[in-house]
Design a protein. Structure first.
Length: 220
């Protein structure tokens, strides 16, 4: 029986099990299938199975891939999960349904301007640098209150917080920290957890998990 499960069914079952342990409703968790670098023909099987939330890293790659797929599957919700350059803000607002990488005042300004121009208010997650890693994107924890205020002043819908814990370190404390920060700031959304740790993230309050390898296999 297990062998008949598709990767999507397996991930969904794992999320449901993690929710059961944490006494959460699986309906509270959105699975974002990370389709970055994968061609349309690799994405099609998940669409046929009913998956509707997908994550892309780059605006240009998503622009090349998704318009045609969305003609056939108009209910698709696209999530931008990679770093966003300010000069791509307008393109991102036009294409994506959620942005998970708002991390600096200059991007708040660019996104606010783009949303005013297009008339689309795209929900954004503020990316927090929970591991204090300079090489990664993310707002320093100390600067988070000011950035949230700036986003709200720009009329940007703040969906919640996002993090990417340091690699090869136990992620639990970082997920717990993001959960606490979200609670402290009255935010519902917690975008955290990837293929290797999404079950842990769900147990610690994740509302959005970004899963690529477990669904698509390792990239060559």
């Amino acid at each position: 029986m297990e062998k008949a499960d598709t990767p999507l069914q397996q991930v969904q079952a794992n999320i449901a099990q993690a929710c059961k342990i944490a006494r959460r409703d699986p309906g509270e968790v959105t699975l974002v299938a990370v389709s970055k670098t994968h061609p349309a023909d690799a994405i099609q099987p998940l669409l046929i199975e009913g998956q509707r939330h997908f994550g892309e890293n780059r605006v240009q790659e998503a622009q090349a891939k998704w318009p045609v797929l969305r003609e056939e599957y108009p209910a698709v919700q696209l999530h931008l999960i990679g770093q966003l350059q300010s000069n791509k803000a307008e393109d991102a607002v036009a294409l994506f349904d959620a942005i998970h990488s708002l991390d600096r005042p200059s991007l708040v300004k660019a996104l606010g301007k783009a949303m005013d121009k297009t008339g689309r208010r795209v929900p954004c997650f503020v990316q927090v640098d929970v591991g204090e890693e300079e090489q990664k994107g993310g707002c320093p924890i100390a600067e988070l209150p000011a950035l949230l205020d700036q986003a709200r002043e720009a009329d940007i819908p703040v969906a919640g917080l996002m993090c990417i814990p340091p690699f090869e370190i136990e992620p639990t404390p970082f997920f717990a920290l993001l959960d606490k920060l979200a609670r402290d700031h009255g935010l519902e959304g917690r975008s955290m957890g990837m293929s290797g740790d999404y079950e842990t993230a769900v147990k610690l309050g994740a509302t959005h998990v970004r899963v690529g390898t477990a669904l698509f296999g390792k990239r060559g």
